[in-house]
Design a protein around this ligand. Structure first.
Ligand code: TRP
Length: 337
């Protein structure tokens, strides 16, 4: 990492409804720790959302919901910048320039596009293909140096690194962009479905019992955990015994993440016990943490104008930070004016 760039954290989440435990443990909770130490920008990436079809009314609602979730979880709008991507045109502008820096071959290697498009590649939007280029623009419009993301986004951050390096190189401006570092939020926070320990907890899973939503009330949290899939063995003695027991592993991992302790210490606490014991202790932990967040989200969402005001304030701050970077980019590229 070059010392010429001040440390700055950038991350984002798509506004696609049904925020769940995985979003909280895998992303937002780490953002809170980072904002203690660094300048941070947390974006609601509504432009990424429209790479697949969205209902405009639901998109607006989901954008406010994600912003409310950030704030209710403790992202502090006085300290960190919170805004929605589409309000700051620098993202789209820089993405165009990066479309001309990135190579088709690089994008062809992106595993997320391959997974999302499957056999339907020809029917996908061009935006879905260049999604990671927009992500590079998000990061580099602020010359961000650190990018907290889940394992599934690591390849996209690597693409942003390649774009930064190629830009610096092609235009003969060493150090113009920092080469951003991913901060990978570890496997302990990879939260799996409560119905299938081998599938990621997902907002698009048809069964609501597969996930704990950030807005679930205490009763639903307890119910969902009670119904969570398990196996028939007692809880294990060692971490090694979790191999081949994905559901046990998931529940123990969630407990460890919430209790901020190691998996082994959770295992020590529950070894040989029945799943029901672990499940009820886990319900208590989750309810204690999430119910106040859900209450605060509801309070914030009852006044959408106030959320819009906060997002606008964040967008103004973001725009002011991106403006000098974009002015430099325009000069380097040779744009007049
Ligand atoms: N693609 C990311 C995701 O789905 C969201 C995202 C968009 C992002 N732009 C970003 C994350 C920039 C980090 C930095 O999780």
């Amino acid at each position: 990492m070059s010392e010429t760039h001040q440390s700055l954290v950038f991350s984002g989440m798509q506004p696609t409804g049904n925020l769940h435990l995985g979003n909280y443990l895998g992303a937002i909770r780490n953002w809170l720790k980072l904002q203690e130490l660094h300048r941070c920008i947390y974006c609601v990436v509504d432009m990424h959302a429209i790479t697949v079809e969205q209902d405009p009314k639901l998109l607006a609602q989901a954008t406010r919901e994600v912003a409310a979730a950030y704030i209710a979880s403790g992202v502090d709008p006085a300290r960190s910048i919170i805004f929605n991507q589409s309000q700051v045109s620098a993202h789209a502008e820089l993405a165009w320039i990066f479309n001309c820096v990135a190579r088709i071959g690089w994008l062809n290697r992106m595993t997320q596009f391959k997974e999302k498009s499957g056999k339907n590649r020809e029917a996908m939007s061009v935006g879905l293909f260049t999604y990671p280029v927009l992500m590079a623009a998000d990061i580099l419009a602020y010359r961000a140096t650190h990018v907290p993301v889940g394992e599934d986004q690591k390849q996209h951050v690597e693409l942003a690194r390649d774009i930064a390096q190629k830009f610096n190189n092609d235009f003969g401006v060493p150090n113009f962009f920092p080469v951003p570092e991913p901060i990978i939020t570890g496997p302990a926070t990879r939260v799996m479905s409560l119905r299938d320990g081998t599938a990621k907890m997902s907002k698009s899973d048809a069964s609501d019992y597969s996930r704990i939503n950030l807005t679930d009330d205490a009763d639903s949290i307890v119910q969902k955990l009670r119904k969570a899939k398990t196996d028939t063995l007692p809880l294990p003695e060692t971490e090694k015994d979790l191999e081949g027991r994905p559901e046990a592993d998931n529940l123990i991992s969630i407990f460890a993440a919430f209790g901020e302790q190691s998996k082994q210490s959770v295992i020590d606490q529950f070894r040989g016990a029945q799943f029901s014991t672990l499940k009820s202790a886990l319900s208590d932990l989750i309810v204690a943490k999430l119910v106040p967040i859900a209450d605060e989200m509801r309070r914030l969402l009852s006044d959408p104008a106030e959320i819009d005001r906060l997002l606008k304030k964040g967008a103004d701050e973001a725009r002011a930070l991106a403006a000098p970077v974009l002015a430099d980019v325009r000069r380097v590229v040779g744009f007049v004016g």
